[in-house]
Design a protein around this ligand. Structure first.
Ligand code: DP6
Length: 350
């Protein structure tokens, strides 16, 4: 019954308006970390990684082609994007334009609900939403795998936010041509049985980080004597993690995630010069997580490129875990997340 569809559901091209698309994506938190690239141009990682997509802190991005404009116009939270943030978004749009064979500039408006640049994965939700919206606005028809590969070129971790619940991002083949390597590195869903997990997020400092994850991972790969051992052990962690997810074994999932994250931070501490994201407040929260475990609550911590702590636990325990974590970091804020949906296009009609 195509002819009876309301006009608002038609692609904008057919309405005579400039093509536009809006997408929403959620952040993901890695349980097996991505830390280190083997190709900075193509965003090919050194190791596989695995994450849980959250059901809070979505990013909504609208991309509208602007036929007359000479430059892209980008806003973040209503303010014009500047510096590195603007440069990364324009470079990403250039990639999309190249694939679409179009030169038209775009107007990009992004609303983040997560504190930007605080190690809370705003670049993951940001580039996942931008990939979906820009591909649609520029008329590219891409499946989820291709969208994941595209999002990867904006920020590696964004490749995983294309998918809901748990996702693994394949490092891809290390041999072969650049095209073969590019085709082989994408995320896909991971089966998990009977888990009812929550991530309790303790934001101990919502300010921007001192060093970007991109620069920090480069410095770690280049200078840390602990990097290679961690990368090797991460392969085993991933295999163990997949098995634990299939078993629905939350304790094992948590133990593996915690050791993988602490190992990643150890590689940074051994970099020259050292990279340290963890603060005194982080360690206080880690102590409280240890105490929760001694009290019989399954709670396990993971940290990214920032001082904030994400505590994996059963959803039934999340309120109790949140109360304990809040007591340990009273100056911060605490949020409870469950597994969330993958990135998706919103209907322009609403
Ligand atoms: C610590 O994806 O932000 O959060 O690819 O350079 O944009 P770029 O890095 P990014 O790094 C995320 C690192 C991490 C771990 C993870 O999410 O796997």
């Amino acid at each position: 019954m195509r002819a009876e569809q309301p006009a608002t559901l038609k692609p904008p091209q057919e309405q005579g308006a400039a093509p536009a698309a809006t997408a929403v994506a959620h952040p993901n938190i890695a349980l097996i970390k991505y830390w280190g690239k083997r190709d900075e141009q193509l965003f090919l990682p050194r190791t596989d990684s695995l994450s849980m997509t959250l059901d809070i802190f979505p990013t909504t991005t609208r991309v509208r082609l602007a036929p007359e404009a000479e430059q892209d116009a980008v806003t973040l939270g209503g303010r014009p994007a500047t510096g590195e943030a603007e440069r990364r978004i324009v470079a990403f749009l250039d990639l999309v334009r190249e694939r679409a064979g179009l030169s038209r500039r775009a107007v990009v408006d992004t609303e983040n609900t997560v504190p930007t640049g605080a190690g809370l994965a705003s670049s993951a939700s940001g580039f996942a939403a931008l990939a979906v919206a820009a591909a649609a606005a520029y008329g590219l028809t891409l499946d989820a795998t291709a969208l994941s590969r595209l999002a990867r070129r904006g920020s590696g971790s964004a490749s995983r936010s294309l998918f809901g619940d748990f996702a693994v991002w394949h490092a891809g083949t290390a041999t072969g041509t650049a095209t073969e390597a590019d085709l082989s590195s994408y995320a896909e869903p991971v089966p998990a049985a009977g888990l009812d997990p929550a991530l309790v997020i303790a934001v101990v400092n919502a300010g921007p980080k001192a060093i970007s994850s991109r620069a920090a991972m480069r410095q770690t790969v280049d200078t840390s004597p602990l990097y290679e051992p961690w990368a090797r052990s991460s392969t085993g962690d991933l295999a163990d993690m997949r098995a634990a997810l299939i078993r629905g074994d939350l304790e094992a999932v948590g133990e593996i995630a915690e050791r993988n994250a602490l190992g990643m931070h150890a590689t940074m501490l051994a970099a020259r010069p050292a990279v340290r994201y963890l603060s005194p407040a982080t360690l206080t929260v880690l102590d409280s997580v240890g105490q929760l475990r001694r009290d019989g609550i399954a709670a396990y911590a993971t940290m990214d490129a920032g001082p904030n702590v994400k505590v994996l636990c059963r959803r039934a325990d999340a309120d109790q875990v949140a109360a304990v974590v809040r007591g340990a970091a009273p100056q911060g804020s605490v949020h409870i997340a469950g597994p969330g949906p993958g990135a998706r296009l919103l209907n322009e009609g609403g």
